[in-house]
Design a protein around this ligand. Structure first.
Ligand code: HAM
Length: 422
């Protein structure tokens, strides 16, 4: 029978790689907690309407990429393509805004988009995200970007660049929309079918299109930064000055519009420059979404956030130094001693030690090979003589020493030898 395989674009992470994932997740947890963020966990499945209303019905994500289905109760559901909409829904549903004027949430987990799989582009991928509700910026915007850069630096992510832009708000958006439609309309025939359809509905999507013929035309489009109203200009200038004050290098890039409709004012992306990422070079995307909470039925609440793609980050970060030997491996000199090994292992683990053994009845030599492969720090050998003398041979693979230790002192001995942290 043909063995079954994982769904295309969805990956297994095997134990050998999990240590790197954990390092990323734990570093993010520690750093974000240091900036006042608390973790939130929301469902992977949400009502389809949540994403249609927040991300926008003329975006690629909603039009083409969502895993949507009708369940047996006839509810229209979708596997979340991103985390912001869910965070906003939870923020409103639990009246979190009533508890504190500013709420800082972080999250991590799988997201689903039915894109064409490629290096760095998957159908199930993982994000680390952060959202701040209740502060209109721009100082919190700068603080968030500084946190992001600190996180990437700590992981040794090389060759990354922060790019920022402003989408403006209110009047700015209307003026820019008109300027964009005026620029794009004479090019209409040359645009892709999607962009022709979106030109009047949502001209920003034309600028963000992935189709080569659209990108060519988008290059000549007017810059939103030339259309910023006074308040939007002050906001953007103060963001830049705050980033300068924090010593965060950044580049202004007026071509960033991002692929989701909920943004206004601050936008940013982090891109890899080193070429390790190929075409999918955006590691992180984020921005302000000052109208979204209200649009989804909550009170007017300014907000900003970002999400990092973990798989892409893993491609550019430094490897941690190889882990030291750790824990204990118990060997039994003959198959008859396996029950003694079992009891010894139980006692070691009950003492808080990390321990493993081999019960297959193999030769000592083969058990020793397994102990070495498991990178154990101590090997404990049970033989007939040791059982008779109520002792255990303990070999320290780092110090390269061996001694007999009384069986009833073995846990204390191991805790001492491994420095308590087994
Ligand atoms: P996004 O730009 O759609 O933004 O995704 C953020 C990051 O997720 C990307 O920069 C990329 O690293 C990763 N990513 C996206 N799609 C894929 C994929 N198919 N395969 C692998 N990685 C991918 C958002 O999702 C917003 N919710 C960010 C945000 C939070 N804005 C405000 N708050």
């Amino acid at each position: 029978m043909q063995p079954l395989r994982a769904v295309k674009g969805m990956n297994d992470v095997l134990p050998g790689d999990v240590a790197r994932w954990r390092r990323v997740e734990q570093t993010f947890e520690r750093i974000s907690a240091g900036y006042g963020f608390e973790e939130v966990r929301t469902p992977i499945v949400e009502p389809t309407a949540l994403f249609v209303r927040s991300i926008g019905d003329t975006t690629d994500i909603v039009e083409k990429e969502m895993y949507s289905f009708v369940d047996k109760g006839k509810d229209a559901l979708t596997l979340r393509p991103e985390g912001t909409a869910s965070a906003v829904r939870a923020f409103i549903q639990h009246t979190v805004y009533a508890r504190s004027p500013v709420t800082k949430w972080s999250y991590k987990g799988p997201m689903y988009r039915r894109e064409r799989p490629a290096k760095g582009r998957y159908r199930q991928f993982y994000q680390l995200g952060a959202e701040v509700f209740g502060d209109p910026g721009p100082h919190v915007d700068a603080e968030l970007i500084e946190m992001l850069v600190r996180f990437l630096t700590e992981l040794g992510a090389r060759d990354v660049e922060v790019r920022i832009n402003s989408l403006g708000s209110g009047e700015t958006r209307k003026r820019y929309r008109d300027a964009l439609v005026a620029y794009l309309t004479p090019h209409k025939e040359a645009l892709s079918a999607d962009s022709q359809r979106r030109l009047d509905l949502n001209p920003l999507r034309v600028i963000d299109s992935k189709a080569p013929q659209d990108q060519e035309i988008a290059r000549g489009a007017p810059s939103i930064l030339d259309h910023l109203g006074d308040d939007d200009r002050v906001h953007f200038d103060e963001l830049r000055a705050s980033l300068e004050a924090l010593g965060v290098p950044h580049v202004v890039d007026h071509t960033i519009v991002r692929g989701l409709d909920y943004y206004s004012r601050t936008l940013f992306e982090v891109k890899g420059r080193g070429g390790q990422l190929g075409a999918q070079d955006t590691i992180c995307g984020g921005g302000r979404y000052d109208r979204l909470v209200e649009e989804l039925g909550g009170p007017t609440t300014p907000a900003i956030g970002f999400a990092i793609g973990i798989e892409r980050l893993l491609m550019i970060m430094d490897d941690a130094p190889a882990a030291d030997r750790q824990g204990i491996f118990v060997l039994s000199a003959s198959p008859e001693l396996r029950r003694d090994a079992l009891v010894l292992l139980r006692d070691l683990r009950a003492g808080g030690l990390m321990a493993d053994g081999d019960f297959r009845g193999n030769s000592l030599k083969s058990q020793m090979r397994r102990a070495d492969k498991a990178r154990a720090a101590l090997v404990m050998i049970l033989g007939e003589d040791e059982i008779a003398q109520k002792s255990v041979q303990v070999r320290d693979l780092q110090a390269k020493s061996q001694e007999a230790v009384p069986r009833d002192a073995i846990v204390a001995h191991a805790l001492g030898a491994l420095g308590g942290a087994a």
